[in-house]
Design a protein around this ligand. Structure first.
Ligand code: NAG
Ligand code: NAG
Ligand code: NAG
Ligand code: NAG
Ligand code: NAG
Ligand code: NAG
Ligand code: NAG
Ligand code: NAG
Length: 658
C-alpha cells in the first residue's frame, strides 16, 4: 500500500460515517475545544495565533493588552488557561465572553441579568506557572468570542486556552438520529443550526442559573463597570443528569412554552428525549393542589401563566408521541387531567376562556377572551381526547368534546375578522396578533381549509424585511411565534410560504454578522436591530434559544412529511409538501425504528419518491396531485386515490406509475 493512501485512511473512515449528512452537524467532534482563530488584538501581544493550534504555542502579553479569540460558532463550557510564566507576582489574566460580536470587550462579558454586563473571570497568574480553571459555577453557557485580557504592566506567557464543552452532557454530540437534506443549502444549514441550538440549551441540571439578581436588578437600573461577579450557574433545576432549558446563556431554566417548539425539533434531530423528560417532570412536581402548573421550572418565582400551564400539557403529549412510553403517560395522567380541568375552569358562559394572568411569552395585553390562549386550549382539548382514548379513560371525554365544540363556535363568532382574514386579539381591540392566528391554524380553530388559507395569506402579507411581525409584543420579530406560523402555513397547504419565511427570518438570523452563524437568537426588532422589546438590556438577549428552532421540526414533519400519529410512531402519515424544493432526503428514529423519505423532483412534479417506516407499524401516504400506486419492497401495490393511500404496513415503499 502507498504511504499517501495510508495517510488518507482515517479521513476516509470519518467521511463514510453512518450518520447521513454528518458534515452539516455543528456540534464539535471533541469536548476539548481550542479556538480556531483570532478575532482581534488590543495592545502588544505576540504569537496570539499560536494558541489556535492543537500542538499548542505561547502567546505573550506585554503589559496591558488583550486578545479576542473566535470559536467560529457558539459554544459552551468551562475555560482553562495554561500559564507559562509571568514577570510579576501581581499579574492577572481575565477572561470575558460574548455570543454576539456586538459585546466583545476586554472589560466585561455580555449580560445575564436585566441590567449591566457580567464581570470578567480573573486569575492571579502571578502565583506561578500552571493551569488555571475557575470553579464549575463559572461555566459559561453560550459564547462565540472569548477575550483574554492582561490588566497589569507584567509580561505574561500563556501556553494554552481551552474550553471543556459542557452542553448536552449525556449526548454523543454528533450521533444524530435525524437528518435533513435538500437542494437548498440555506435551508439545510438552518435545519442543523436548529438542532445545534437545542444541544447548547441542553445542560447538566446542576448548572442552572442561580438568578441572584431576579427581582433585585431591574431593567431600568444604570449599572457601571465593574459589576459584582454574580453570574453563578450553580443552581440545580431538575433531577437526572441532563435537561432542556430555554437558552444556553440564560435563563438556563425549564420553560414549558419554549419546549413546545424545542421538543419536536429535538425529537427529529438528536432524539434526546431523556432531557425533555427530566424537564417536564420538574414542572409536574410543582403542580398545585388545584391543578395549576407553574409558569417556569425550579429557580423561578412562583407565578401563573395560563398559556405556559397549557404548554406543559402539550409537552407531556408530545413526549408520549415520540417516546411511546405509556407507563410515563399513565403515571402523569391524573396530573394531566387536573391540569386540564384547571384550564377549563376559566371558560365562562360565552364558551371562551377569560384569561386573568398576564404572563405569557412576554407579549403584552394577555387578558380577557384572548385568541392565543383559547386556540391553545382548543388544541389541548383535542389532544386530550386522543390521549384519553389511548388510556381507555372516558370519564371526562364528553365534557372535553363539548367544551371544545362550544369554544370553536364562540371564537369564530366573537373574534374572527372576516374583512382582514385574521382573528382579533380579544373582543375590545382591532389588533390581530401573530400568536393567536398562527395557533388558530395549528389548533384547527379555523372552520375550513379556505379560512386557514386566508389566515396564512394575511400573515404572509405582513412580513417585513427581517421576518414576520408579532404586533402583540411591540415592534418585535419573535422566532418563537414564527415557529408556530411555519406550521400554520404548512397546515394551510402553503409550503412555499413556510419555506419563504424560513429563508427570510432564519436566513437573517443565521447569516447576519452580529449573530453567531450557528445558533438562533431569542428575539429582535422589526427594524433588524438586535433589541428585543420586552428587555431594555440588549446585551442580555440569548443567542441560542430552543424556542427559535421551529424549522428543524417543520422541515422534517411537513416538507419531508414524516409525521407520527400514534405513540412512538406505531401509526404515521407520510405527507410530503416539498414546495419549491427539488430534492429532499430526511429521516429520524424512534424506539420502533427508522423513518425516512427520499424525494427527487422532475419538472414541477415528482420524479421519484421512496419512504421507509419501521416493521409492525401502519400508516397513510398523502401527496396532493400524485397518481399511480405505491409499491412495497415485497411487490405489494396499493393504488392512490386522490393522492392518498391508507392501511399501509411499515416497510420500504416507492411511488410507481401504473
Ligand atoms: C483596547 O483596550 C482598552 C482598555 O484596555 C479599551 O479602552 C479600548 O476600547 C480597547 N480598544 C478596542 C478596539 O477594543
Ligand atoms: C487586575 O484585575 C484584578 C482582578 O480584578 C485586580 O485585583 C487588580 O487590581 C487589577 N490590576 C490592575 C493593575 O488594575
Ligand atoms: C452558588 O454560588 C454562590 C457563590 O459561591 C453561593 O453563595 C451560593 O450559595 C451558591 N448557590 C447554590 C444553590 O449552591
Ligand atoms: C426529584 O425527585 C424527587 C423524588 O422523586 C422529587 O421529590 C423532587 O420533587 C424531584 N425534583 C425535581 C426538581 O424534579
Ligand atoms: C386586548 O388586546 C389588546 C391588544 O393586545 C390589549 O392592549 C388589551 O390589553 C387586551 N385586553 C385585555 C383585557 O387584556
Ligand atoms: C374576565 O374576568 C375579569 C375578572 O373576573 C372580569 O373583570 C372581566 O370583565 C372578564 N372579561 C370578560 C371579557 O368577560
Ligand atoms: C378541522 O375542523 C373541521 C371542522 O371545522 C373538520 O372538518 C376537520 O376534520 C378538522 N381537521 C382536523 C385535522 O381535525
Ligand atoms: C413485530 O411483531 C412481532 C409479533 O408481535 C414480533 O415477533 C416481532 O419481533 C416484531 N418485529 C419488530 C421488528 O419489532
Amino acid at each position: 500500500m502507498h504511504f499517501a493512501t495510508l495517510l488518507l485512511a482515517p479521513a476516509l473512515a470519518a467521511a463514510s460515517s453512518n450518520i447521513p449528512y454528518e458534515q452539516y452537524i455543528l456540534a464539535p467532534k471533541s469536548r476539548d475545544l481550542i479556538p480556531p482563530s483570532v478575532h482581534g488584538v488590543n495592545g502588544s501581544v505576540t504569537r496570539a495565533k499560536s494558541l489556535t493550534q492543537s500542538s499548542g504555542g505561547e502567546a505573550i502579553f506585554h503589559g496591558v493588552s488583550s486578545v479576542t479569540y473566535d470559536f467560529g460558532k457558539n459554544v459552551a463550557g468551562l475555560v482553562s488557561l495554561d500559564v507559562g510564566s509571568s514577570s510579576s507576582s501581581s499579574a492577572f489574566l481575565g477572561v470575558t465572553f460574548s455570543e454576539s460580536s456586538l459585546y466583545i470587550s476586554n472589560q466585561a462579558s455580555d449580560a445575564t441579568a436585566d441590567a449591566g454586563l457580567d464581570t470578567p473571570l480573573w486569575f492571579n497568574v502571578g502565583k506561578g506557572a500552571g493551569k488555571y480553571t475557575p470553579e464549575e459555577k463559572y461555566l459559561r453557557g453560550g459564547f462565540r468570542y472569548l477575550t483574554v485580557v492582561s490588566n497589569t504592566t507584567a509580561t505574561v506567557a500563556l501556553k494554552s486556552l481551552r474550553v471543556k464543552f459542557a452542553a448536552a452532557p449525556d449526548q454523543d454530540l454528533r450521533a444524530y438520529t435525524g437528518y435533513f437534506h435538500s437542494d437548498d443549502e440555506l435551508i439545510n444549514k438552518i435545519w442543523y443550526a436548529g438542532a445545534y441550538t437545542n444541544q447548547l440549551a441542553t445542560i447538566n441540571p446542576k448548572h442552572g442559573n442561580s438568578l441572584v439578581h431576579l427581582g433585585t436588578i431591574s431593567s431600568g437600573d444604570d449599572i457601571n463597570l465593574p459589576q459584582t461577579d454574580t453570574w453563578w450557574n450553580n443552581y440545580t433545576i431538575t433531577n437526572g443528569s441532563s435537561t432542556i432549558t430555554d437558552g444556553a446563556k440564560r435563563d438556563r431554566l425549564v420553560w414549558p412554552g419554549d419546549m413546545s417548539i424545542a421538543l419536536e425539533s429535538i425529537a427529529v434531530s438528536t432524539g434526546d428525549l431523556y432531557s425533555v423528560r427530566t424537564a417536564l417532570e420538574s414542572l409536574f412536581v410543582l403542580q398545585k393542589s388545584n391543578g395549576q402548573l407553574p409558569y417556569a421550572g425550579k429557580g423561578f418565582r412562583p407565578s401563573v401563566s395560563y398559556t405556559y400551564h397549557l404548554h406543559s400539557l402539550i409537552g407531556a403529549s408530545y413526549l408520549y408521541r415520540f417516546s411511546g412510553d405509556k407507563d410515563w403517560l399513565s403515571n402523569h395522567w391524573s396530573q394531566y387531567k387536573r391540569g386540564l380541568e384547571w384550564a377549563i375552569s376559566s371558560v365562562d358562559e360565552t364558551g371562551l376562556a377569560n384569561i386573568t394572568s398576564s404572563s405569557d411569552w412576554l407579549r403584552f395585553g394577555m387578558g380577557a377572551h384572548n385568541i392565543e390562549a383559547n386556540a391553545i386550549l382548543y388544541f389541548v382539548l383535542q389532544d386530550a381526547q386522543s390521549l384519553a382514548i389511548e388510556l381507555n379513560d372516558k370519564t371526562a371525554l364528553a365534557n372535553w368534546r363539548k367544551t371544545a365544540t362550544r369554544l370553536k363556535i364562540a371564537a369564530n363568532e366573537k373574534l374572527w375578522d372576516a374583512s382582514s382574514g385574521l382573528y382579533f386579539d380579544n373582543e375590545t381591540t382591532t389588533m390581530h396578533p401573530q400568536d393567536g392566528n398562527a395557533w388558530a391554524i395549528k389548533a384547527n380553530l379555523t372552520q375550513s381549509t379556505a379560512q386557514a388559507a386566508q389566515v396564512s395569506n394575511a400573515l404572509k402579507s405582513r412580513w417585513g424585511k427581517y421576518g414576520a411581525p408579532a404586533p402583540e409584543a411591540g415592534k418585535t420579530v419573535s422566532p418563537f411565534i414564527s415557529g408556530f406560523e411555519l406550521q400554520g402555513h404548512y397546515l394551510a397547504n402553503k409550503p412555499n410560504s413556510a419555506l419563504d419565511l424560513i429563508r427570510l427570518e432564519w436566513g437573517f438570523m443565521l447569516n447576519d454578522p452580529r449573530m453567531t452563524q450557528s445558533t438562533f437568537i431569542e428575539g429582535y426588532s422589526t427594524d433588524g436591530s438586535l433589541h428585543y422589546a420586552p428587555y431594555t438590556n440588549d446585551a442580555r438577549v440569548s443567542h441560542a434559544h430552543g424556542w427559535s428552532t421551529g424549522p428543524t421540526y417543520a422541515l422534517t414533519a411537513y416538507a419531508a412529511g414524516i409525521q407520527l400519529t400514534g405513540a412512538g410512531g406505531s401509526t404515521w402519515v407520510i405527507a410530503p409538501q416539498v414546495g419549491d424544493l427539488t430534492f429532499v432526503d430526511a429521516g429520524f428514529e424512534t424506539a420502533k425504528g427508522k423513518f425516512s423519505i427520499s424525494f427527487r423532483g422532475s419538472g414541477k412534479g415528482v420524479g421519484r419518491f421512496t419512504f421507509v417506516t419501521p416493521a409492525n407499524t401502519t400508516g397513510e401516504f398523502v401527496l396532493a396531485g400524485a397518481r399511480g400506486s405505491l409499491v412495497s419492497e415485497g411487490g405489494q401495490r396499493v393504488k392512490l386515490v386522490n393522492g392518498k393511500a391508507s392501511g399501509l404496513k411499515g416497510g420500504s415503499w416507492k411511488l410507481g406509475s401504473d
